[in-house]
Design a protein. Structure first.
Length: 72
């Protein structure tokens, strides 16, 4: 009688990564069309620097958490 069993949620990680790539591509093309290639390159470089800093921030946060004696 219990036909409404809950299953596991689908994994949308790959779809999220692909859509991030699609979205960043059209944003860069739009910026290129409006302000030129230099602005698109600078924005792309800025996004790259930001994404490269995420592991550094995470490591710093984990180190601070360990110093305070909190589990991760």
């Amino acid at each position: 009688m219990d036909d409404h069993r809950l299953g596991t949620a689908p994994n949308y990680t790959n779809a999220c990564i692909v859509m991030f790539g699609v979205n960043i591509a059209w944003v860069l093309v739009l910026i290129w069309a409006i302000w030129g290639l230099v602005a698109a390159v600078l924005l792309g470089f800025g996004v790259n620097v930001f994404l490269d800093r995420i592991p550094v921030w995470k490591a710093r946060h984990e180190a601070a958490s360990i110093r305070r004696g909190k589990p991760q």
